[in-house]
Write a protein that binds this ligand. Structure first.
Ligand SMILES: *[C@@H]1O[C@H](CO)[C@@H](O)[C@H](O)[C@H]1NC(C)=O
Ligand SMILES: *[C@@H]1O[C@H](CO)[C@@H](O)[C@H](O)[C@H]1NC(C)=O
Ligand SMILES: *[C@@H]1O[C@H](CO)[C@@H](O)[C@H](O)[C@H]1NC(C)=O
Length: 277
């Protein structure tokens, strides 16, 4: 079962001019005896180094940011339009979803100043693994120190991730609440208001809907509650929306966007059977 929607991000990956091996010709065919220093290549192996390079630049700009904070900055500052400003399409020229582009297409300059980050530390991941059903003995094999799972079990959906996935919302209208926490890495003081584009057939409310930070570095929690709208949802289908925290108007405003992925009416499967996907 889906726990964390993937992929996280897209980056340039089509016809990228890249350094090329001397062990093969540019076509890769055995009779191609040409040797080139550079070649035009496509795929995830081309987009991955773009993101790795951006992560390195962000670490240089913000040496105190954790890997999770860097990932959050990259994910929440993307765009979901293509370069003609229309909704991104997939390779069949049909409207793409977060299952194709994740949080969107990376925008490095905006990632340098995201406003807020969803940070995740070792405790968060520990609780996530406990929520997936791994017991303290198993967790103890790769964590040092006291590592008991929390007394009050958490849900996998509560992992402080920059996207929100609810894979089994009750079809009978029973609400499901997930929690998140954001840290102000921008100006101080700062106030952010939330706007949600609801997935089809699902109501989403965020409490509180305004976060006020007195200082940089401050963290605030909020809760997102999902509820299926009777007769309006698509049973068993993933539907998509977004949640955006914004600190107002003007050129220097921040928009901290998370994709929201929900499926109504699918049954919970066994707790331990499926890893994060
Ligand atoms: C493109 O998106 C459509 C609609 O979501 C989907 O049915 C189709 O399989 C996708 N094509 C590819 C190549 O992913
Ligand atoms: C992780 O962050 C949470 C929330 O800020 C905090 O309570 C916890 O102590 C942190 N854990 C570690 C290992 O820093
Ligand atoms: C923890 O899980 C492992 C693997 O499933 C199992 O072998 C072990 O007996 C469990 N330990 C406890 C204390 O439940």
């Amino acid at each position: 079962m889906l726990r964390v929607s993937q992929p996280d991000i897209t980056a340039p990956g089509v016809s990228i001019l890249a350094a090329f091996t001397g062990l093969a010709g540019p076509t890769g065919l055995t009779f191609d005896s040409r040797r080139v220093l550079f070649n035009s290549e496509s795929g995830t192996s081309m987009s991955c180094p773009h993101v790795a390079g951006i992560a390195g630049l962000l670490k240089a700009l913000h040496p105190d940011w954790s890997p999770a904070a860097i990932k959050s900055a990259i994910m929440t500052t993307t765009r979901v339009q293509d370069n003609t400003r229309r909704p991104m399409s997939n390779s069949s020229f049909l409207r793409a979803t977060p299952f194709a582009y994740g949080a969107g297409h990376v925008q490095p300059n905006r990632a340098a100043d995201p406003g807020l980050v969803y940070d995740t530390n070792a405790t968060d991941y520990l609780h996530f693994l406990c929520a997936l059903g791994y017991n303290s003995t198993v967790i103890g094999t790769f964590m040092d120190g006291p590592n008991a799972c929390p007394a009050r079990p958490r849900k996998p959906e509560d992992l402080n991730y920059p996207s929100v996935t609810v894979p089994h919302l009750s079809a009978s209208g029973e609400p499901r609440t997930v929690t998140r926490r954001v840290r102000n890495v921008g100006a101080e003081p700062a106030a952010y208001d939330v706007r949600v584009r609801e997935p089809r057939g699902v109501s989403v409310s965020v409490r509180p809907s305004r976060l006020e930070f007195a200082a940089a570095g401050e963290e605030k929690e909020f809760a997102v509650t999902f509820r299926a709208r009777a007769g309006r949802f698509l049973p068993g289908e993933y539907v998509f929306g977004q949640m955006v925290w914004s600190d107002g108007a003007g050129r220097r405003r921040h928009r901290v966007r998370s994709p929201v992925v929900v499926r109504v009416g699918a049954h919970r499967t066994s707790k331990t059977s499926v890893p994060v996907a």
